[in-house]
Design a protein around this ligand. Structure first.
Ligand SMILES: *[C@@H]1O[C@H](CO)[C@@H](O)[C@H](O)[C@H]1NC(C)=O
Ligand SMILES: *[C@@H]1O[C@H](CO)[C@@H](O)[C@H](O)[C@H]1NC(C)=O
Ligand SMILES: *[C@@H]1O[C@H](CO)[C@@H](O)[C@H](O)[C@H]1NC(C)=O
Length: 438
C-alpha cells in the first residue's frame, strides 16, 4: 500500500496540505503536552489522547462554532457503528484484579472512554479470567460466541499470562469475522513470591509471555496497542520504586496487577487507540491479506456456566457424558470448591482410571485441568495402551487455576484413558474439558 501511494504523486500532492494541517495541529498539541512529559518521543505525538473536552477548539485553533463531542485527533473516516460489541479475553487484570472497585477495571474504563469519544454504545463481553493462558480460551472457542451478541471486535490481553496466543487467534479467525486487536500491558511481578519457593520452574519469564502475544501479532498481522510505550514517557520505568505504587496494586500482590490509576490509563489508552486505528483495524483488505488459519474439525467436550448443551454448530458437549469412570475414585463434581463455574471429573486417589465412552479421533488435542494449590497432582494420558503424555499440575498461585495442556500426539480409533498417577484428597486432580482436532 505504501509503495503504491508513493508512486501516485498526484494523490500525495492533493493530500499534502491536509497532512501539513495535521502536522501543525500535532505540533500545537505537543507543545501543550510537552511540559507534562518532557521525554515523550516525537514519533509518538500522534498517540496523544485528546479527551472530548479538549477538542482542537480548546487548543486555541479557529474552531467551528460547535465542535462535535467526538472531535478527535485523526478521527477515523469509516463510521463507527452506533452499537459496538467488544469481547475481551485475558487474565486477572482483565477480570478486574487490582482495582478498588469493579467499576474501575480497565475494560469498564475502556467502555466509558470509547462511548464518550464516539457517541456509540458499547456492549462489553468480558471473559477475563485469572491465572489462565491463551490456550485455555483457544479450544472449544465457539462456545464463547453462542448466545452472545455478535462481536464487532475482539481484544486480547495475554502479554502477562502468555500461552499460545497464535492458536487462540486462529480459533477466533475460524469462528468470526470480527478483527482481533492485542493489548500489551504489563506487570512488575516477582513471580517467586506467589509460587513455590523451591520450584525454580515456577518462575516464569515474563518477556517470554509477551513474546508469545507478539508472535500472534506478527503471524496474523494484528494491531497491538502498546500501553508500556505509552506510559514510559510520563512514568519512566513502570516498575521503578517511584512508579510502581502509582500504577499497580501494592497490598495483595505488589506489582502484579495494574491498580486504579494503571487500569484507568489502560482503558483510556485502548479506547483512544481503537478509535484512532478504527479504519485500519476494520480495513477489509487487511483481513483479506491475513493468512488463513488451518481448517480443523474440532470435537469439544466441555461444561461450564452455560450448561451442558451439545446441540448446534460448535456447541460443546458435556464432558460428563464423554467419560465413564472405571471403578471408584473419579467423580463428576458440580461446582467444585472455590469455583462457581466448574463442572469437572475429579480424582482424589492414585491409580484410578477415566476412559472415554467412545473411541476418539485426533491429531492434536487440548485437555483442561483444574488444580488448586501447591500440592502437585499428576495424570497420565493413554491412547489405548500407549502413553501419550504425563501431565503434572503445579504452579498454582492462590486459589484454583485452570491449565490447558496441549497433546501434540495423535489418537485414532482407540479410547482415551486418563490415569490419576498422583492424587489425594489434598491433591485433587480435575479434568474439566477436552478439545480434539481432526
Ligand atoms: C445507546 O443506547 C441508549 C440506551 O439504550 C439509546 O437511547 C441510544 O439511542 C443508543 N445510542 C445509539 C447511538 O444507538
Ligand atoms: C443500539 O442499541 C440501542 C439499545 O440497545 C437501540 O435502542 C438502538 O436502536 C440500537 N441502534 C442501532 C442502530 O442498532
Ligand atoms: C502455537 O499454535 C500454533 C497453531 O496451532 C502452532 O502452529 C504452533 O506450533 C504453536 N506454538 C507453540 C510454541 O506451541
Amino acid at each position: 500500500m505504501e509503495a503504491k501511494k508513493l508512486s501516485h504523486g498526484g494523490t500525495f500532492a492533493r493530500n499534502s496540505s491536509a497532512v501539513a494541517g495535521v502536522v501543525a495541529l500535532l505540533l500545537g498539541l505537543s507543545i501543550l503536552v510537552l511540559p507534562l512529559s518532557p521525554l515523550y518521543p516525537a514519533c509518538n505525538s500522534q498517540q496523544i489522547y485528546v479527551p472530548a473536552v479538549t477538542t482542537p477548539a480548546a487548543a486555541g485553533a479557529a474552531a467551528p462554532a460547535a465542535a462535535p463531542a467526538t472531535a478527535w485527533l485523526g478521527a477515523p473516516s469509516r463510521a463507527i457503528p452506533p452499537n459496538v460489541t467488544v469481547m475481551v479475553f485475558g487474565g486477572s487484570t482483565t477480570f478486574g484484579r487490582g482495582v478498588s472497585d469493579p467499576d474501575k477495571k480497565w475494560v469498564e474504563e475502556f467502555k466509558r472512554a470509547f462511548e464518550r469519544l464516539t457517541g456509540s454504545n458499547v456492549t462489553l463481553v468480558n471473559r477475563g479470567r485469572g491465572g489462565t493462558m491463551a490456550d485455555y480460551f483457544a479450544s472449544c472457542f465457539s462456545r464463547y460466541l453462542n448466545g452472545q451478541p455478535t462481536p464487532t471486535v475482539f481484544l486480547l490481553e495475554f502479554a502477562i499470562n502468555g500461552g499460545n496466543v497464535t492458536r487462540l487467534v486462529e480459533s477466533m479467525l475460524r469462528s468470526s469475522d470480527a478483527p482481533v486487536v492485542l493489548v500489551r500491558q504489563m506487570a512488575c511481578y516477582p513471580a517467586i513470591r506467589y509460587s513455590s519457593a523451591t520450584d525454580l520452574d515456577a518462575r516464569v519469564s515474563w518477556p517470554e509471555q509477551r513474546e508469545e502475544q507478539r508472535t500472534a501479532a506478527y503471524v496474523y498481522r494484528l494491531h497491538e496497542f502498546d500501553f508500556v510505550s505509552h506510559v514510559v514517557p510520563e512514568y519512566g520505568s513502570p516498575c521503578s520504586a517511584d512508579s510502581l505504587p502509582k500504577l499497580f496494586e501494592v497490598h495483595e500482590a505488589p506489582g502484579q496487577h495494574l491498580g486504579d490509576l494503571g487500569q484507568h490509563l489502560l482503558g483510556e489508552f485502548v479506547a483512544s487507540e481503537l478509535v484512532r486505528n478504527w479504519d485500519a483495524v476494520f480495513d477489509p483488505t487487511r483481513r483479506a491479506a491475513t493468512p488463513q488459519p488451518p481448517a480443523f474439525k474440532e470435537t469439544c467436550f466441555y461444561a461450564d456456566e452455560s450448561g451442558n448443551s451439545c446441540a448446534g454448530e460448535g456447541a460443546a458437549c458435556s464432558i460428563e457424558n464423554a467419560f465413564a469412570p472405571d471403578g471408584e475414585g473419579w467423580a463428576f463434581v458440580a461446582k467444585a470448591a472455590g469455583r462457581k463455574d466448574k463442572i469437572c471429573w475429579q480424582a482424589d486417589k492414585s491409580g484410578v482410571r477415566l476412559t472415554t465412552v467412545d473411541p476418539v479421533e485426533f491429531f492434536e488435542a487440548t485437555i483442561y485441568a483444574d488444580f488448586t494449590d501447591q500440592n502437585p497432582s499428576t495424570m497420565e494420558l493413554f491412547c489405548g495402551d500407549q502413553l501419550l503424555k504425563e501431565i503434572q499440575l503445579k504452579h498454582g498461585m492462590r486459589g484454583s487455576m485452570v491449565k490447558a495442556v496441549t497433546l501434540p500426539a495423535a489418537c485414532s480409533g482407540q479410547k482415551l484413558t486418563i490415569v490419576a498417577k498422583e492424587a489425594a484428597p489434598d491433591k485433587l486432580l480435575r479434568v474439566c474439558g477436552i478439545s480434539m482436532f481432526s
